[in-house]
Structures are given as structure tokens and as C-alpha cells.
Ligand binder design. Structure first.
Ligand SMILES: Nc1ncnc2c1ncn2[C@@H]1O[C@H](COP(=O)(O)OP(=O)(O)O)[C@@H](O)[C@H]1O
Ligand SMILES: CC(C)(COP(=O)(O)O)[C@@H](O)C(=O)NCCC(=O)O
Ligand SMILES: [Mn+2]
Length: 920
């Protein structure tokens, strides 16, 4: 649709409990043998149809802990004999709840929320776990917002008709509010009310009534700006950042120390608001020289057709031809006595008076830059003066004038820094232009957004849409086909993918002067501001892992990609892995034409993200290796690759289960001490099955799964590179006559499918069970590489339990084995005679884990745990290697990457880590 001047990715609000949702309802899954089955392996019971891949539950998850596609009631449409028949997803819905507008002098900002029906939890394992940990008994708060997304769109105000058409085409105006403040599905909208703020709420009130039949409920603009800013600053981890000399840094906001601050909203005009708390504020100043001035004057002086064009021109400008500099007045010298360098602007546009030149004699590029600097600097200065007036140290800048533009932010920051002598700080917001609209949205009563916590929001990155900037028809995540064609179109505009956003430091002289922007690229990329904003999913059930020793100092990432060498290395590794991954992904969906198209689009989208991050590592927030690895998984899901390694996982599970009985027999013939060593060795050896590691994948060509496993075991010589085994053994077995009490509950964070889980972690779990320690297997909510998921574990455990009484009784006690397997009489006997073996999902879909955001069931399971075992590179090295816990912690991994081995443990590839840290 032509009316969209630019697109902002949606703030996605979603829910973990309800296995429902997705707005991509018209995607057709064209593959009969794959994942579009309507029932899961669990629903079928253990030992069910082996031909069905044990991957999905009642829904296919697409984002961490957030189910995306509702497959319930899925049915083949048309001829069953046909190859690749279309499957309908009748319950896939995308009903719209709220719409709020901010109609400003230049732009209309639109925020709308789409939600999804609550669905029943029909997963037995989940139900049993939730019952066990009291998660179904009403001790959680009830969340009024469950499932859905917040979408952000903007239009130019003079194209109001297109905005109205957009609202109409999406039927965003239909329906009134129900008792929860939600839009109810009433067909007629006589009483429908839309919240709106900004001057246009008054100006266009009649038009809305006339064209859409809705009334506008006007909300105070300042109120909305403040509400929007407070929400963003409290609820989003990487919302605010500083930007100085091309360097962007995220600011951790302490919620208890947020107020007071100065909010400077640079829209058409500029408002400066002193904010003292929620709803407590005062508009203390403003200036009429704002975004409208830049856009208006700039248009007149340069004949630019769009704001972006004007901004883009400034990239190639040199303001020295327009501005009168200190050096011009002082014969090329600094005026150092008062701290002014020769390149300081003495008078904006000052040079244009003295020469005998017409407008046409000046380069539009230079004019645009002078204008941009004049206005940005002026606003920065006035903002600082107001901060000074009220003793405020922090100034947050919002409004669409900023547009994520590096030079604008640097100029403002410079002004604040220069005049305050470093005392006050300019900060910017990633959702810069949507503060008012968000505030209007929040003014709907009982929406539940205002008491959200940081850990309940998961940020994802927008795919597809951001890359084509202006000409977008709807929210980027709306429709798979559209998404793919965006990526396809993008190939034609190929250069833009890698065209750098000019982010190079402008280079200040340090004395108040700026050099010209040293732009790397030819143009301002149209998606520059879009890509700064991630997609936010609200997952009300996420919690902080309660066993973290100190949340404040916890940093999940071991490797900080701000180190350029590291970033370059991982960029190369992930790029090199891409073709292979695409092959696997396409094959996992049956290798159809549709799958190939999606595979192609995925590769492009992921490459584009990598390229973007290479240019600006902080584009999406603070970047660590875990974020990159997660981005890859999210990107796969974005293009509907549900589980790229599905068949590999299945094959490896089967091969490993076949040799498990022999292994258990061998272990049972050993004494305790030897057995414990063998078990830990076994975990480390089996961790070699990692399809994310280039080196390991190369190895797999050299033998069968079992041969590689044996080879790996045979190479397990102690001491390992990090070897705390003896301390761990002492805690487990004691020394001399002292027999320590067994742990009460162990949380085993498992990693890969196949040998890793079956021959490594399950036998270890069995040892704990044998010793009377309850075991909780903690596995991914969503697939990531070849990692085993919580959904797949019950079936694996059931298979293993066929050969092992300890596992069987514990699995029964833990509610893992379903009725089909045993009679209820057996169950009651078994229940009383074993500690339970349980499975919980961890709340994420990545090979790494950020323990600030885990599933509520994991958090509940952690309450009684006194030992945690983190296994695998992703969970115990890339993330959490330095994490400290309130309980005993064992970190086990084989290092399958040479660079990491050198850096982290001063060792080599295939070295092992057995790090044990007693409770701190
Ligand atoms: N695509 C765009 N079209 C027009 N103006 C834009 C665009 N992107 C950024 N701007 C800048 O943003 C300003 C509007 O900011 P905004 O926060 O929306 O304020 P308002 O509510 O007054 O419209 C414009 O005056 C212009 O400087
Ligand atoms: C993605 C991984 C962390 C998974 O490792 P795991 O947690 O399974 O031990 C690992 O495969 C990895 O770091 N790969 C990097 C790429 C490479 O070395 O080729
Ligand atoms: Mn793994």
C-alpha cells in the first residue's frame, strides 16, 4: 500500500501458556510427511506411531516459548491422494483488539494489538508438571493480556486517507470493548471508540466518525508521551542508549532510580517534559524549531521529495560551505581561550550572507547538513539548559525527527555533553517515534501492560519487512508469502542488503566543532530505524531463574561481540555454516519447491541481519554470541522451518537407544566411584554430537554414530582441561567414612539429541535417581540445531525405560509415562517406590540459555533444587560459564571449536570442561 511511508516492526505481545496463536494464518503447510500433523507424539501416547516425527505438540512453536502456529484441528484440504496436499489450520486466528493513534503535525502513528484466543492446555506432561509445581492452582497472577502482538505503523499526516484505508482494510476499527477492556467481536460498531492523541485527534475526529463510524476518545498528548516513555524504560531491557561519536551504548535503567528525568520529544515541534513518576510530570519548555522545521525548510531549500531523501543528502554534505566557522572569523585559528576550535560553527548559515551566491549555487547536500546540525545542536542546547534548570542528569530524546540517525544523535549528544561539561547525558529510545501512540494505547483500561516486568518481554528481531523500508503493506510478520516476496524483491535491490548505514564517527575536534560526517555508504538505508527496534513478545509466564546468585551482576554471554575480532570470526563461522543449514532445513520440509523458496528467503534474511550487525554490532541491543545463535533459530522459524534437524535427531535417538541397554549393563557392573567417573566421561564424550559445530559435522562423515561415540569415549583422559571431578565426587560419595546426604533435587539442563541425551545425560540422571535424588530434565521449549526439546523427551525416556527399571519407576513417579504404558495399579505401586524423574521446558528455543528469562515451570522446579548441571557448549560455555548459583553447580561440556578452546580454557578443540562450584 502506497500510504505507508515507512514501517516499524511490531512490538509483539504473546503468551507462553496457551499453545495457540499466530497471525500468519494463511500460510499453507504443503508437506504431508512432515510437521503439519495435528497431533503430537505425546497425544498419541508412548510407543505411538513411529512414523510421525516427535516434534510438535498441539502447536508448533516459532518463537522462544511462544507457540506460533495453532495446528489444532488441522485437516488436509482436498484430495488425500494428492502429493503435498494443502492443510488448513482452522483455529489459526488473528483477531484485533485495540487500536490507538497519535496524529501529529507530520506523521500519524498507529499502534494496534492483535490477540489470540486462549486455548486449553492439552499436553499431559505439561499438565502434570504444572500440577506438581502448583502452577495450575491459581497462585499466579491472572494475566489479562494473553497472546497477541502490538504492531506499529506510521503514515504521513497529509495522507490521512491512506491511513483510514489501512484501518478499514484491516478492520482495526471494528468492535467495542468488552468487560476486560478488550474489543469484543460485535459486528457493528456504533459505539466503537478509538483512543487517539496528538492535535489530529481533534482535527480528524469528524472524519473518523464519517469514514469509519468510530468516535475518537482524545487522550492528553503529554500524558501519553510520558506513559509511553515510562513503559518503554521500565519494560524493555535495551530501550535506552547513548550515542557519542558513532558509538552506541545501551544504558541499564534501574527502575527504582528512573525519576526524575527530562523527556525531550522532537516531533514537528519540540516538547520538554520533566518527568517525576508515573503520571507525574510537567511540560517545562519546548521549542518551535524542531523536526517540522528541518523537514519544511529542507524541502524548500533542496527540493527534496521525502524526509529520508533530505536526511540522506546530509550524509554527503559539508557544512563548511554554508556555516560560518570560528576559523572563518579568526583567520583559520582556534579561539582556544574560550574553548572554541576553528571548526566550531560560529553562525549557522552565516556564510551565505557574505557571498554573492544564489540558492542554486549551494549543494543541497551541504544545505541539508547545515540545517540538520543547526536544529539538532539547538535542541541539544535547550534541553541541556532545562536539565540544568531542574537539576536533571538524564535526558531522554524521542520523536521521529531522530529517526535512528547517527549524525543527529551525535550532534545532540555533543551539545549536551559540551554544555554540561559531561555532567548530563543524552539518551535515545529505540521506539523513539511511538511514545505518544503507545501511551494512548496504554490508556485503555485494564490492558495489563503497565505492570509488565523486563523479564516477561523477549525481544526478537524483525525479519523480511524491514529490508524494503517504505513500501510495505502491513506488519512485517503478517504473512509468510509476503515475507518471502520481500526477500525476493530484495535480491533485485541486492546491494542494499550490505549497503552500510553510515555510522562512522563524525570525528569531533573536541572543542565544540564537528568534522563532516564520514559516511561509509552512499545512502541512508531506508530501514535504518526499523532495524533498531526488535520484535517484543510478551511472555507473562517468564521468570528469573531463582537460583542465580546475583541477578544484578549476571551476564549470560561469555563472549562479548563488541570485540571486533570476535565478531568477524563468528560472522565467518555462521556464514560458512549457512548453505549446509539451508540444505537441512529444506530437506526437513520435504525438499518441496515451497521449502526451497523459504530456504532461500531464510538465507537472505539471516545474511542481511549478519551484515547489518557487522556494520553496527549494537543495532539490536547489546550483542553477545548467544544472541547471534538465537537469531539464527528465530530466523528459521520466521520462515516456517519448524525443526531443521528433525530427521537427524530421530536417527541418532534410535541408534543410541539401541545400545543403551549394553551401556547400562556395563555401568551396573562397576563400583560407585568408577561408575561416577564413567558417567561424567560419558556425558562429555557424547557431547561431541553437535550439528552446530563445523569441526564435528566434518567428523560425522568418518564413521557411524556409535563408532564416533566409542572413539570419543576412548579419548576421554583425565585430567580434563578444566577438571573439578574430584571435588564433585567428594560431594557425591564423600571421603573416608563420611557419607554425604544425597542432593534433594537435581536440575539437568540437557543439550543434544541422540547419544548426548541417551548415552550421556540419561544414565547420569539414572544415577541420581538411584541415589534418591529427584531429577528434573530441563530441555528446550523449541528446537534449536539438534538439541532435544522438552516435547520430545517423554518419548525418549519411555523408550529408555523399557530397558531400565530405575528409569521406568522414576518416570512413572514423575508423570512422564502416560496411561498407555502401565496400568493404574502398577502406577500406584511404582509411585511410592521411586523419586520422580520429570521434564520441564526451559522457555527458550536457542542453543544457549539466558537465565533471566526462563519458563515458570522451570522456575518452580528450581525452588527445591540443590544441584544444577548445565551441559553442552551453548548452555555452559557460551552462556553461563561465569554464572554463579545459590546451589551446587556442575558445568559439563566438550569444547568443539578451536577458537573458543584457546580463548576460554587455553586449550584445544575437543578438550573437556568439568567445572564444579559448590553453592555460593
Ligand atoms: N518519513 C518521514 N516523513 C516525514 N517526516 C519524518 C519522517 N521520518 C522522520 N520525520 C521527522 O519526524 C518529524 C515528525 O516527528 P513525530 O514524532 O512524528 O512528530 P509529530 O507528532 O509532530 O508528527 C517530522 O517533522 C520530520 O522531521
Ligand atoms: C551452537 C553450539 C553452541 C552448540 O553446541 P552444544 O551446546 O550442542 O554443545 C556449537 O555448535 C557452536 O558453538 N558452534 C559454533 C560454530 C562452529 O564451531 O563451527
Ligand atoms: Mn546443542
Amino acid at each position: 500500500m502506497a500510504g505507508l511511508t515507512e514501517h516499524q516492526p511490531p512490538l509483539v505481545i504473546d503468551d507462553a501458556i496457551n499453545n495457540n496463536d499466530d497471525d500468519d494464518h494463511d500460510h499453507k503447510c504443503n508437506n504431508s510427511e512432515n510437521n503439519c500433523s495435528s497431533s503430537s507424539s505425546l497425544d498419541k501416547g508412548v510407543g505411538g506411531d513411529k512414523d510421525m516425527a516427535p516434534v510438535s505438540g498441539s502447536s508448533i512453536h516459532r518463537s522462544a516459548s511462544r507457540p506460533q502456529l495453532d495446528l489444532s484441528g488441522a485437516a488436509i484440504q482436498g484430495n488425500f491422494e494428492e502429493r503435498d496436499p494443502t492443510i488448513l489450520l482452522p483455529n489459526q486466528s488473528d483477531d484485533i483488539s485495540h487500536l490507538a493513534l497519535d496524529i501529529g503535525g507530520s506523521l500519524i502513528k498507529l499502534v494496534y494489538f492483535s490477540r489470540h484466543e486462549d486455548r486449553l492446555i492439552n499436553n499431559r506432561r505439561l499438565k502434570s508438571i504444572k500440577e506438581r509445581f502448583g502452577l495450575l492452582t491459581g497462585n499466579r497472577r491472572s494475566y489479562p493480556i494473553l497472546g497477541g502482538r502490538l504492531h506499529f505503523v506510521k503514515f504521513e499526516t497529509h495522507k490521512m486517507n491512506e491511513c483510514v484505508d489501512f484501518i478499514h482494510s484491516k478492520q482495526l476499527h471494528r468492535g467495542g470493548m468488552d468487560s476486560h477492556g478488550w474489543r469484543s467481536e460485535v459486528p457493528d460498531n456504533d459505539n466503537a471508540v478509538i483512543k487517539a492523541t496528538g492535535g489530529g485527534a481533534y482535527r480528524f475526529s469528524d472524519l473518523f466518525k464519517e469514514k469509519l463510524g468510530v468516535s475518537i476518545d482524545k487522550e492528553d498528548e503529554m500524558n501519553c508521551l510520558v506513559a509511553g516513555a515510562n513503559f518503554l524504560l521500565k519494560a524493555i531491557r535495551h530501550e535506552a542508549f547513548t550515542h557519542m561519536e558513532g558509538h552506541k551504548e545501551f544504558v541499564q535503567i534501574d527502575h527504582n532510580d528512573l525519576f526524575p528525568y527530562l523527556l525531550v520529544n522532537i516531533g514537528s515541534g519540540v516538547s520538554m517534559i520533566k518527568v517525576d513518576g508515573d503520571g507525574k510530570f510537567q511540560r517545562v519548555s519546548g521549542t518551535n524549531v524542531g523536526g517540522g522545521t528541518y523537514w519544511g525548510l529542507g524541502r524548500l531549500l533542496t527540493k527534496c521529495k521525502s524526509f529520508d531523501e533530505l536526511l540522506e543528502l546530509s550524509q554527503r554534505g559539508d557544512n563548511r560551505t554554508i556555516d560560518m566557522l570560528v576559523g572563518d572569523i579568526y583567520g583559520g585559528m582556534d579561539y582556544s581561550k574560550i574553548g572554541l576550535s576553528a571548526s566550531t560553527i560560529a553562525s549557522s548559515f552565516g556564510k551565505t550572507i557574505s557571498e554573492n551566491k544564489e540558492l542554486g549555487d549551494y549543494r543541497p547536500e551541504d544545505i541539508s547538513l547545515s540545517l540538520l546540525r543547526m536544529i539538532s545542536y539547538n535542541i541539544g542546547q535547550i534541553a541541556y539548559l532545562n536539565a540544568l534548570r531542574f537539576g536533571l542528569k538524564r535526558i531522554f530524546f524521542g520523536g521521529f525527527f531522530i529517526r535512528g540517525h547517527a549524525y543527529t544523535m551525535d550532534t545532540i549528544s555533543f551539545a549536551v555533553q559540551f554544555w554540561s561539561k559531561g555532567d548530563a547525558k543524552a539518551m535515545f529510545l529505540r521506539h523513539e517515534g511511538f511514545l505518544g501512540a503507545l501511551g494512548a494505547f496504554m490508556s485503555y483500561e485494564k490492558h495489563g501492560l503497565d505492570d509488565l516486568m523486563v523479564h516477561q518481554l523477549v525481544e526478537r528481531f524483525p525479519m523480511g519487512a524491514p529490508y524494503i523500508g517504505g513500501k510495505i503493506h502491513g506488519p512485517p510478520l503478517g504473512d509468510l508469502n509476503e515475507k518471502i516476496s520481500w526477500m525476493e524483491k530484495f535480491v533485485q535491490k541486492g546491494t542494499e542488503i550490505t549497503a552500510p548505514v553510515p555510522m562512522a564517527p563524525p570525528g569531533t575536534t573536541g572543542l565544540g566543532g564537528f568534522e563532516v560526517p564520514s559516511s561509509k555508504g552512499e545512502s541512508l538505508r531506508s530501514d535504518a530505524s526499523n532495524l533498531n527496534v526488535g520484535v517484543l513478545h510478551l511472555v507473562p509466564t517468564l521468570e528469573v531463574f531463582p537460583l542465580l546468585a546475583d541477578l544484578k551482576t549476571y551476564e549470560p554471554n561469555t563472549i562479548d561481540l563488541l570485540d571486533r575480532g570476535e565478531l568477524d570470526y563468528w560472522f565467518t563461522v555462521l556464514s560458512a555454516h549457512l548453505p549446509d543449514l539451508v540444505d537441512k532445513a529444506v530437506a526437513s520440509e520435504g525438499g518441496t519447491e515451497d521449502a526451497k523458496r523459504r530456504g532461500d528467503a531464510f538465507a537472505r534474511a539471516f545474511s542481511a541481519h549478519l551484515a547489518r550487525l557487522m556494520e553496527e554490532p549494537a543495532a539490536y541491543g547489546k550483542l553477545g554470541l548467544a544472541n547471534l545463535l538465537e537469531l539464527r533459530e528465530e530466523c528459521l522459524r520466521e520462515f516456517y522451518f519448524v525443526d531443521a534437524y528433525r530427521s537427524i535427531k530421530q536417527r541418532e535417538n534410535e541408534a543410541s537407544l539401541a545400545v543403551l541397554p549394553d551401556l547400562l549393563l556395563e555401568l551396573d557392573g562397576m563400583n560407585e566411584e568408577r561408575r561416577l567417573l564413567m558417567l561424567i566421561e560419558g556425558v562429555l564424550a557424547a557431547n561431541i554430537f553437535d550439528w552446530g559445530s563445523r569441526a564435528c559435522v566434518d567428523l560425522y562423515h568418518k564413521g557411524t554414530i556409535i563408532e564416533i561415540y566409542r572413539m570419543s569415549r576412548n579419548k576421554m583422559h583425565r585430567p580434563w582441561r578444566v577438571d573439578d571431578f574430584d571435588i564433585f565426587k567428594e560431594r557425591m560419595l564423600g571421603s573416608g567414612d563420611t557419607k554425604p546426604h544425597p542432593h534433594k533435587r537435581a536440575l539437568l539442563f540437557v543439550d543434544n539429541s541422540g547419544a548426548d541425551i541417551v548415552l550421556g545425560m540419561l544414565p547420569l540422571a539414572r544415577e541420581f535417581l538411584r541415589r534418591g535424588t529427584e531429577v528434573v530434565l530441563v530441555a528446550n521449549s523449541l528446537p534449536a540445531l539438534n538439541d532435544v526439546t522438552a516435547m520430545e523427551l517423554p518419548e525418549i525416556v519411555a523408550e529408555a525405560a523399557k530397558h531400565c527399571d530405575i528409569l521406568r519407576r522414576a518416570a512413572v513417579a514423575g508423570g512422564l509415562l502416560v496411561d498407555a504404558m502401565i496400568s493404574s495399579q502398577d502406577r500406584s505401586i511404582d509411585n511410592s517406590s521411586s523419586v520422580p524423574l520429570m521434564v520441564v521446558e526451559n522457555g527458550c528455543g536457542s542453543p544457549c540459555i539466558d537465565l533471566r528469562q526462563v519458563s515458570s515451570e522451570l522456575a518452580a522446579a528450581a525452588k527445591d533444587a540443590d544441584l544444577i548441571i548445565l551441559e553442552g557448549m551453548g548452555r555452559s560455555l557460551h552462556t553461563n560459564y561465569n554464572a554463579k548459583f545459590k546451589c551446587d553447580a556442575l558445568k559439563l561440556a566438550m569444547v568443539k571449536n578451536q577458537r573458543l578452546a584457546e580463548k576460554l580454557i587455553k586449550g584445544n578443540i575437543y578438550d573437556c570442561v568439568c567445572r564444579y562450584e559448590p553453592a555460593s
